[in-house]
Design a protein around this ligand. Structure first.
Ligand code: GSH
Length: 182
């Protein structure tokens, strides 16, 4: 999102080896002890979906956002999917298969199984998730599907999703992240 907006930023990787996420300094930024957090000249925002909303409204002008009530609600639905189903499904499977964390695999798999069908059907005849323009809905959902393979989820049979991923990755200011195979 920062790259799409062309903003300068400094990244700070949390040192999980020393539980930096539980340090007093970090808990002052996010009492839940989770990443990500953004500090925009003293404005502290936690949670990736809230950060996307903030950046889109503050720096995005009409890009990535909609003031139309229906479209804004649809964007919010996808932010909710990112925070709920994506976190409880693909993200859990990813930390399990990649980092060996114990999880309830059946519960995470039951949640995950529905997602590709729903999103693939939604993307029939659509280039983007909402209103056929790139929005924070796409930016919120993209990393979970692009990294799904790390949770042993195969997205390749879902043609609308694979085309959407390719479209996203072809955007001029797109930056990748570790684990995404381009
Ligand atoms: N809804 C939150 C979830 C944040 C989250 O779970 N972050 C993980 C890393 S991606 C974390 O900080 N885990 C460390 C921990 O829970 O101790 C968001 O999307 O920002």
């Amino acid at each position: 999102m920062l790259a799409f907006l062309g903003l300068d930023y400094q990244m700070h990787d949390l040192d999980l080896g020393v539980s930096e996420q539980s340090s007093d300094d970090y808990l002052r930024l996010n009492p839940f002890g989770q990443a990500p957090v953004i500090d925009d000249n003293g404005v502290i925002i936690r949670d990736s979906q809230a950060i996307l909303v903030y950046l889109a409204k503050k720096y995005g002008e009409d890009r990535f956002w909609s003031d139309d009530p229906t479209e804004l609600a649809q964007i919010t639905s996808w932010l909710s999917t990112a925070a709920n189903e994506m976190q409880n499904g693909p993200v859990r499977l990813r930390v399990h298969h990649k980092l060996g964390r114990p999880i309830d695999v059946k519960h995470a798999t039951d949640i995950t199984i529905k997602l590709p069908n729903i999103i693939n059907d939604h993307l029939t005849d659509k280039k983007w998730l909402v209103a056929d323009k790139l929005s924070i809905a796409d930016i919120a959902i993209y990393p979970y599907l692009a990294l799904a393979h790390e949770g042993q989820i195969d997205i390749s049979p879902y043609q609308n999703i694979t085309e959407w991923l390719a479209r996203f990755e072809a955007l001029p200011d797109y930056v990748s992240m570790p684990g995404i195979n381009l």
